[in-house]
Design a protein around this ligand. Structure first.
Ligand SMILES: [Zn+2]
Length: 73
């Protein structure tokens, strides 16, 4: 076997492992992110927000509204 081929093969396998690890972590995060739409108003929750706040099920507007109401008590 050529040394270059071996290196490329190792690199390809290493990359595939990294990608599959990354993908399963993303799927885990997506599963933990809960609802894709806001429980309150039914608006779509942006993927970036769901990724930043795993488990959140409210859009920014409703979350702010509820926090405000809670704050006033
Ligand atoms: Zn909402």
């Amino acid at each position: 076997m050529d040394e270059g081929d071996y290196g490329a093969d190792y690199q390809a396998r290493h990359n595939a492992e990294a990608v599959s690890r990354h993908r399963s972590r993303m799927e885990l995060a997506a599963g933990a992110a809960g609802s894709e739409v806001c429980e309150e108003c039914g608006d779509e929750i942006p993927a970036a927000r769901r990724a930043a706040m795993p488990g959140c099920s409210l859009c920014v507007a409703c979350m702010t509204d509820i926090e405000k109401r809670r704050g006033v008590g």
